[in-house]
Ligand binder design. Structure first.
Ligand code: HEC
Length: 269
């Protein structure tokens, strides 16, 4: 009997700890407002996904999804789970690539943590890495259709000879390498760097060359500095982090793009 009581007390403690970390004011605000209005802080939306969608990650994400999400979002992600029907929820069909297109990985991560509308958040009960696994799995539910792709850019012959990953692993995102001109033509949003004050004072100009990995969603996901003056590098990276690209399709599938970006700092523009 004593042991049972102890276990119950421990469970209560855990629960209250989780509730405290979940910022009660925010979840209340979300209940009151329609789900659509729930604002996601920009720094949360831009949070890069540190977990690669490897088979292991997708498998772990699927496992979690099958126990915690399937009752509403459905086995295939069609939004027709039993509980969704019971609660009369109208959920998106995640098999459609458009369904989650407008959301960044960071936004999915945030929604998963804090919940949305009638959906409970996972808060701090769930380790961060596991949340990213689920985000990766959600992305993998989409079955891109070549027919629906006419509005997006298809990379043409430029890619000839670039080996895509073996088709045996349909869940792993493919990555292609494109030249900087090709990538540049696909920039949607290109905030320019601020000229660092020390560099300006020291009359330092030049080019910062970066290797950039663009996610399937068109967000800059990884930056590696290839060359550049130390006083210029940070400003260049900070700017390029916020660049947004059009999505790239290869054979009807969204792919990650690796490219090289040159950011020029010129004293006499
Ligand atoms: C009780 C049913 C329920 C459960 C369980 C549930 N969700 Fe949801 N989910 C919802 C509802 C309702 C929305 C809000 C839909 C809207 O805003 O139109 C939603 C929205 C979302 C969104 C935002 C995108 C969208 O479709 O609006 C994501 C991502 C998401 N859920 C993922 C998950 C994941 C992952 C799990 C499992 C950890 C999960 N959900 C569990 C009901 C649920």
């Amino acid at each position: 009997m004593k042991r049972v009581l102890f276990a119950a007390a421990a469970a209560l403690l855990l629960l209250s700890a989780a509730a405290q970390e979940e910022k009660p004011s925010e979840s209340k605000a979300q209940e009151a407002k329609p789900a659509e209005e729930a604002k996601i802080p920009p720094e949360a939306a831009q949070k890069p996904n540190p977990v690669k969608p490897t088979e292991a990650s997708l498998e772990a994400g699927k496992k979690f999804y099958s126990t915690q999400c399937v009752m509403c979002h459905g086995k295939e992600g069609d939004g027709k789970g039993d509980l969704a029907k019971e609660m009369d929820l109208k959920l998106r069909d995640y098999r459609q690539p458009e369904a989650l297109k407008g959301l960044t990985d960071g936004e999915l991560f945030y929604i998963l943590s804090t919940g949305r509308g009638k959906m409970p958040g996972q808060g701090s009960r769930m380790p961060e890495e596991q949340k990213w696994n689920v985000v990766n799995y959600l992305r993998s539910l989409a079955k891109p259709k070549a027919a629906a792709s006419s509005e997006r850019t298809v990379v043409g012959g430029v890619l000839g000879g670039v080996a895509a990953e073996s088709p045996a692993k349909p869940d792993a995102p493919r990555r292609i390498v494109v030249g900087s001109r090709v990538a540049e033509a696909k920039i949607i949003d290109k905030p320019l760097p601020a000229y660092p004050r020390e560099a300006l004072a020291a009359r330092i100009a030049g080019v910062v060359r970066l290797k950039v990995l663009i996610s399937e969603e068109g967000n800059v996901r990884q930056i590696e500095v290839i060359s550049g003056h130390p006083l210029l590098v940070k400003a260049a990276v900070d700017a390029v982090k916020r660049w947004r690209y059009q999505q790239t399709l290869l054979n009807g599938e969204l792919v990650e793009v690796e490219t090289v970006v040159d950011v020029t700092f010129s004293l006499n523009p």
